[in-house]
Structures are given as structure tokens and as C-alpha cells.
Design a protein around this ligand. Structure first.
Ligand SMILES: [Fe+2]
Length: 303
């Protein structure tokens, strides 16, 4: 029998629930991952039973149930992401059983749309924004995703379009992050395809597969993942809960625009230069200014 956790009236988040050193952020943003610390594992909102309840009240399109069948080190295949939609009808207890015993991963997307969790996302980013924005400029596109995974779940090599503060709430998780600036790991043409058509390559070459920085996270640990830094993730021997806080910065929006402009130039027979990490050279600022809002961003689904 699952014991329900009742949220205290007026539940709020302390500004120090996520601790990130401002100088470290300034030195790593858009370039390198770094470890962060938080206390979210102590908060009732992130207990498994309350997250299952959240999954039941989110719109269907924001909750995803997938089978975790992928063997570690293998490439993505369709079977791994086959939806397990039948689980939508399960009770909370049954769903928790399914996570552990049927290898079901639950991904809760855009939890900021929920009034309670939205308060968390806003308070968290308001607090972080005090030192993030002086470095990056105004942040936008506030989002949060929650991942509930069974033991031995593996998410293969991929990359995402947003800035990401990723935090481990329950269980142990390993995240391997590749050098965001290594175009052998993630070729320039692949990034152009990602920003224009939402296409992802599903692995780097075998000789580079082990060239990552490994972050081993227990509850209370987290990591900053730069925009489009390739990574893979796996859980260890117990159910894992993780939450990502995502946002966009002027640099991440410029990169989207410049990759779209470069595609147009390439189609016109030109050979545009590779995009710099912050897309802030004179020509990139010009290209960015020539394009409007990053329309493709809405279509780039993160994992
Ligand atoms: Fe990811």
C-alpha cells in the first residue's frame, strides 16, 4: 500500500535548494559541464507517489511511457522508444510496480504547466537567474522535465537544444558528457540537420565512444549540460528520479538562427563557416539578426 504524501500548505522552495557557484557557471557556460548540488530530494513534490499523481493530471501529450530495453552501449532503435500507452490506465500502485518490474520509463514533459510544479520551476529559475543572467543575458523558455526510470535503464547518445541544470533526486545515475566543441564527436552538418529538421545522429564513432566526462550522481548531485553537448545516461540498481531545469539564453537562440541561416546559404551553393559555441562573431550576430524567432525550437524534443 502506497502512503500518500500531503504537501504542506504554502509549500515553497528556498532559494538555496539548488546551489551553483556563480564563478564556475561563468567559466563553464556554453563550453563545459560541471557538477552542481541541490536539496530537491528532500522536497515532498519529488517523492515518487506525488510524481505519479502529477503524471495522472498532466495532459496526455506531456507524459510519455516508454520501454527501457536498450542494452548499454548499443545504438538507439525504435523498440527502445516504443510507447507503452497501456500504462496510462494503471493505478498509482500498479504504475510504480510497472516501472520497476516491466522496465517502464515515465517522462513528464513541461511540468511547468502544472500550477504546483510551475511554481517550483519559476522560483528555481528566478533564484538561479540572479547570477545566470548577468553572464548570459536574459533567459527565456523556462521548462522542466522529470524522468522516472527503472534500474538499469539506458538512454543512448543524444543531444538537446536547451541549457540544462540536471538534478538527481532518487537512486544513482551516470551521465557521460562529450566535448561540445569536438566536431568529430558531433559533426557540424549533423548540428545543422538538428536545428533545421530536428534530426539527430544516434552515436559517435566507436573510437570516440569512451571519450566522455563521466558524472556519477547520487541524490543531491547534479550537472550543468551545455546546449547540444552529446550525452548518454544510465541508471544503476534502483528506481531513479531526475529533474531537469531548462532554459534558453541569447547565445542558444543565436545558434538556432545561425544554423538555419547556414542551411539557406548552403542550399545557395555557399560554404558557411562552422558556428562558434556562443554564435557571437560579427557575421553570426548579423545572421542571427536577419532571422526571426527560433521556430524550430518547438519541434526539437529533448530527452
Ligand atoms: Fe538529454
Amino acid at each position: 500500500m502506497i502512503k500518500k504524501i500531503t504537501l504542506p500548505a504554502g509549500t515553497t522552495f528556498q532559494s538555496d535548494m539548488v546551489r551553483i557557484d556563480p564563478t564556475t557557471f561563468e567559466n563553464h557556460v556554453d563550453a563545459q559541464p560541471f557538477a552542481i548540488q541541490h536539496q530537491l530530494q528532500q522536497h515532498p513534490l519529488f517523492q515518487l507517489e506525488n510524481l505519479i499523481e502529477l503524471s495522472k493530471r498532466l495532459p496526455r501529450k506531456q507524459r510519455e511511457y516508454v520501454f527501457s530495453k536498450q542494452e548499454f552501449g548499443t545504438h538507439e532503435d525504435l523498440e527502445h522508444y516504443k510507447h507503452a500507452a497501456d500504462n496510462d490506465e494503471l493505478s498509482t500502485d500498479e504504475l510504480i510496480q510497472a516501472i520497476e518490474h516491466q522496465n517502464i520509463v515515465i517522462v513528464l514533459r513541461n511540468v511547468e504547466s502544472d500550477s504546483v510544479y510551475g511554481q517550483f520551476v519559476n522560483e528555481c529559475l528566478d533564484s538561479l537567474g540572479e547570477f545566470v543572467e548577468p553572464v548570459t543575458g536574459k533567459i527565456s523558455g523556462r521548462e522542466s522535465f522529470i524522468f522516472i526510470s527503472p534500474p538499469q535503464a539506458y538512454t543512448p547518445y543524444h543531444y538537446d537544444p536547451e541549457q540544462n541544470f540536471f538534478m538527481q533526486i532518487r537512486g544513482k545515475k551516470q551521465m557521460a558528457i562529450y566535448d561540445v566543441n569536438n566536431r568529430d564527436v558531433l559533426p557540424e552538418e549533423a548540428l545543422e540537420g538538428f536545428y533545421n529538421e530536428g534530426q539527430r545522429i544516434t552515436n559517435c564513432s566507436e573510437s570516440l565512444f569512451e571519450q566522455y566526462q563521466l558524472f556519477e550522481m547520487n541524490p543531491g548531485d547534479g550537472v550543468y549540460v551545455p546546449v547540444t553537448a552529446p550525452h548518454w545516461v544510465r541508471t544503476l540498481d534502483e528506481i531513479s528520479i531526475s529533474v531537469s531545469i531548462n532554459f534558453r539564453t541569447p547565445s542558444s537562440i543565436r545558434r538556432d538562427r545561425v544554423y538555419r541561416m547556414n542551411r539557406m546559404l548552403r542550399k545557395a551553393g555557399l560554404r558557411p563557416r562552422p558556428v562558434s559555441q556562443q554564435a557571437n562573431t560579427w557575421s553570426e550576430l548579423t545572421k542571427s539578426a536577419l532571422l526571426g524567432a527560433p521556430a524550430t525550437m518547438k519541434n526539437l524534443v529533448r530527452r
